[in-house]
Ligand binder design. Structure first.
Ligand SMILES: [Fe+2]
Length: 368
């Protein structure tokens, strides 16, 4: 598969390893097993015994080691074999590949490429998932789609007016594609697609959040940082209030390919208001979860159509495709460089949130 190998991908939420749990997950086509050592260190190993290829996750955890459930071989968090029942000599090849794994912003980040290239300083700043000025509602979706189509979907928010009418979409009369998008590119892999929707009807989810059913100003910036991070910066406020007072959401969409046709979708809706309102945290979780369930249905159908027709999409590019297509091109260029130049290392932009509040809307209101 044409995945960028030398990059950090999200492998799990950090709390998934709480309580001595062992998490098995296929990432970029490779079976991986993760655990937290009793001293706090975290480890990711290939989930395959070097003897007869049994998944280590199908065996058991013994202290800080994994024991294969077939012949009892044990491996430490570095992948070294510490016990081979029936013999004292341990062949050098009886070891398991380990992957760099780093905890940051409440997430576990894995490096599936060359181990000596892994540099934790290349992990982008997505602090909103775990930050005192933001509160997150978090979830996970397993999506049956090529991860590139999942990214397309997040960079094309025009679909909200048809797919997400029950939560975040305006209806057809004020449909989202009617409002132009300004696309900007920075560095080798960062794209912002910004759109402002002044004086529109509040969709149900935003009416609930604002406790306001009248008209609102809304902005949305779809952000993509290659290879696998998307973020939607959303701002909403009643038309008679100031943009600086906006209820703001930073919606993290952290996509990690599982296989060519399936994707892990870790998400978090971080908000800047009503931070200790647990009921709201739950309500946001429910609404976002429902919204992404709707995406999952569409994406699965699209994947199956792409396979059926053996054709790439979009077959014909429409205006809403500008940001998705430019995002694809950036990633394709990175993959090409990595493939052709063994010395190439991608250095992503680390700060992805430079979107300012909607100046155009603020200025328009000031001029009234
Ligand atoms: Fe969607």
């Amino acid at each position: 598969m044409n995945w960028l190998k030398n990059a950090w991908y999200v492998a799990a939420f950090a709390n998934e390893l709480d309580g001595a749990r062992v998490v098995a997950r296929k990432l970029l086509g490779t079976a991986v097993v993760m655990l937290r050592h009793s001293d706090g260190r975290i480890a990711a190993l290939e989930d395959t015994c070097p003897h007869r290829l049994m998944p280590l996750s199908a065996g058991r955890r013994v202290g800080d080691e994994l024991q294969c459930g077939y012949h009892g071989m044990r491996f430490d968090v570095n992948g070294a074999c510490t016990l081979a029942p029936g013999q004292t000599h341990i062949p050098p090849k009886a070891c398991v590949r380990s992957f760099p794994l780093v905890q940051r912003h409440g997430l576990l980040w894995i490096w599936m490429g060359s181990q000596d290239r892994a540099d934790a300083r290349l992990i982008p700043d997505i602090r909103w998932n775990e930050h005192p000025e933001w509160t997150s509602s978090r979830g996970y979706h397993h999506v049956e789609v090529d991860f590139q189509l999942a990214i397309d979907n997040l960079m094309d928010l025009g679909h909200e007016s048809w797919v997400h009418l029950r939560t975040i979409g305006q209806g057809e009369e004020e449909c989202i594609p009617n409002y132009p998008v300004k696309v900007t590119v920075r560095g080798e892999g960062l794209i912002h697609a910004h759109r402002e929707m002044p004086n529109i009807e509040a969709p149900p989810f935003f009416a609930m959040i604002l406790n306001h059913s009248g008209r609102i100003d809304r902005w949305q910036t779809a952000v993509s940082l290659s290879p696998s991070i998307c973020m939607t910066d959303v701002g909403i406020y009643p038309v008679d209030t100031a943009p600086e007072e906006a209820f703001r959401g930073h919606v993290l969409h952290l996509l990690t390919p599982e296989s060519a046709t399936t994707t892990h979708y870790f998400w978090a809706f971080a908000r800047n208001k009503r931070l200790v309102d647990e009921e709201l945290t739950q309500a946001v979780y429910q609404a976002v979860s429902q919204t992404f369930d709707e995406d999952a249905v569409i994406l699965k159908m699209q994947q199956s159509q792409v396979e059926k027709y053996g054709a790439a999409v979009p077959r014909v590019a429409m205006r809403v495709d500008e940001a998705p297509i430019r995002t694809r091109r950036l990633l394709e260029a990175l993959v090409k460089r990595e493939t052709e130049d063994p010395g190439f290392i991608y250095r992503p932009e680390l700060m992805i949130d430079d979107t300012t509040p909607p100046l155009a809307m603020a200025q328009a209101r000031g001029a009234q």
